[in-house]
Design a protein around this ligand. Structure first.
Ligand code: OGA
Ligand code: NI
Length: 343
């Protein structure tokens, strides 16, 4: 059984032992992002209109080097991003019983979930310093009726924001398809058919050096678009160092998932990342995970495979990958093992 979210604020002092990671997994002094944190590229999507080739090049370079970038001038109104963030903050501020009541539905698969730490709560060794709310978005007519009923504006703001984020995601995927030379429509239809929202809520933590909001992982889907508000905490592993993805005003964080790594035959990087907590401010982040349909067949794009770039991964149905990802609890290279072609 999943653990329901406990009452954070009475349980918070001092950090309970069940949240303390072993020394080699603790953020320690890196619980504060180191000073080289401005390295993650910021790409102006608005400049596409006069120099599309440059934007494509910037996205490809960032995806190869970091697996992460941020975009500005993406066309989503700032007011809508703020309204959406506010509605999630309000959701998490509701008393526990109201939160539960708000997501109660007849949905037999319980795809709208409020979870503390992770879905592995009962068998994970250390718990994470977070709650999250997740639910599918598409098709809206099917899933909106099982979304939270409170706050009252939830469905209105979240559906509008999702629609706009999806447009930006498809725009970026088009640019990536073009940049890889596999065609701007490569990622349409089944490969980007579904979108799941994950909203993370990280309360202030008594000792951020000992615990994590999310442990090191790469995202299993195709691509992720994250609204991280104005509180930092996201870190990306690059050449053995953790670098911070610092919030920028009205920006969106974009990161490459495993499926893009595989389709690009390893050219694009699905970087490992994690979340550190802080002791003063609640942090709320909204992840939109663009996901293939369960039956979608994934394999390296044929146009990229040639004698000097041999195929690295076998083909599989997305559902097989997903099941394996959760069995291996997201350990990056271990997750890929069954799908690698031995050279
Ligand atoms: C995730 C994730 C980052 C954040 O949900 O997979 O990496 O800053 N979130 O919340
Ligand atoms: Ni992630």
């Amino acid at each position: 059984m999943e653990k329901l979210v406990p009452n954070w604020y009475s349980a918070a002092q001092p950090l309970p032992e069940t949240y303390i990671f072993p020394p080699d997994a603790r953020p320690g002094k890196f619980s504060v992002a180191p000073s080289i944190s401005n390295d993650i590229p910021v790409i102006d999507l608005g400049s596409q209109s006069h120099d599309r080739a440059l934007v494509i090049q910037q996205i490809l370079e960032a995806s190869q080097e970091f697996g992460f970038f941020q975009v500005i001038n993406h066309g989503i109104p700032e007011a809508l991003m703020n309204d959406t963030m506010d509605v999630f903050k309000e959701f998490f501020e509701l008393p526990l019983e109201e939160k539960r009541a708000s997501i109660y539905s007849d949905d037999p698969n319980k795809v709208c979930k409020l979870v503390h730490s992770s879905v592995n709560y009962d068998w994970e060794e250390v718990h994470l310093w977070r709650d999250f709310l997740r639910h599918p978005c598409e098709p809206l007519e099917k899933f909106m009726p099982i979304w939270p009923r409170k706050p009252i504006k939830y469905r209105e703001h979240v559906s509008k924001c999702f629609t706009q984020v999806k447009k930006v995601a498809l725009d970026i995927l088009e640019l990536i398809g073009e940049g890889l030379g596999i065609g701007s429509e490569y990622f349409n239809d089944e490969l980007s058919k579904e979108t799941d929202i994950f909203v993370n809520h990280y309360p202030p933590c008594p000792d951020p050096s000992l615990t994590l909001g999310i442990t090191k992982h790469s995202d299993p889907q195709l691509i992720t678009i994250l609204l991280q508000g104005d509180v930092s905490g996201l870190q990306v592993l690059k050449d053995g160092e953790w670098i911070g993805v610092e919030p920028i005003s009205n920006g969106l964080v974009v990161n490459i998932g495993y499926q893009l790594r595989i389709i690009s035959n390893g050219k694009l990087k699905c970087a490992e990342h994690r979340v550190v907590t802080n002791s003063s401010t609640v942090r709320t982040t909204i992840g939109f995970f663009i996901t293939p349909s369960p039956d979608c067949y994934i394999e390296p794009a044929a146009a990229l495979i040639h004698a000097s770039n041999p195929r690295l991964y076998k083909g599989f149905r997305y559902e097989e990958f997903r099941a394996n990802y959760f069995r291996k609890q997201g350990k990056t290279e271990v997750v890929l093992e069954p799908f690698k072609i031995e050279s």
